[in-house]
Design a protein around this ligand. Sequence first.
Ligand code: HEM
Length: 277
Amino acid sequence: MADAPARADTAYAVRLAARFTREALEVGGEVPWGVLLFKVPARVVGRAGRPERTARTGRRPARSPTSSSAYRIPRPPHNSGPPPRRPIGSANYCGPAFVGENDGLLGELVRAADRASWPHLAPLLSDAVGFLSQTYDATAGLVGNTMVALARGADGSDIGALVREVARYDAPIQNTRRFAAAPFVHDGRAVESGQQILVLLAAANRDPAVNPNPHALSPGRVNSMIFTFGASSHRCPGEALASALAAAIVTELRTAGLSSTDTPTYRPLANARIPHL
Ligand code: HEM
């Protein structure tokens, strides 16, 4: 279920991000960096995946029989009465109460839960909170650090390539943690059950064994290894979505002729690197 972001409609998310960025800029006055970095990506993730209104009718396209319409009228299998008003513990029944009218990414989470016959509401809610909190901080860092790279003279001819390289070179998420489920030995050191391990993702990105000349910012790097989004089975499913959002927002900012400081201070966060612009 946590992989729902990987199934988001990225092209739609990009269009939303561009639109929300323009709307934020249209307000005028000081550049609203806080809105641009934090709120625009979170708004998009709250809606990504939703069918767009058609230009002609202004209405959403009709749902196909396989679309999420089944989630609008949930009923317990043995009950032909009206739908329950509150979640009762099964994804089938909690879905609509949980997502309301949102048939976007959070709706996709509920659909995934149903496909997997997942019966627990609490983990579903924590996944949804995770989607939004991951988006909020980490994507803000990716947008901000890309703006700083441009202000420092980075090659912006391919913003997608620049965003990808910034994710490696100036990682918005610097570290993550693991908790040992059982004792083990790592590099000659005993790790006891329950002990924490701090995984330095940003440092791994700069390992010359995997990225030659790692301290150079080189958009378009061939075969670059990026650990910013984790690795293996719990690797971030939002990587493509976050990168596309960041590229869309940065592109709009450049189109509007905006740039950031090249010497920002950073927010005092334990694992995220987000500049004050
Ligand atoms: C620049 C943006 C982002 C960065 C740097 C980032 C980074 C990460 C990292 C480091 C992890 C942990 C991986 C591990 O433990 O191996 C993670 C997990 C996760 N991320 Fe992201 N993330 C970003 C954006 C997003 C977005 C936009 C979403 C959802 C909309 C998202 C959803 C998740 C989820 C659900 C997990 C848990 C995966 C699992 O445990 O199986 N992330 N992310």
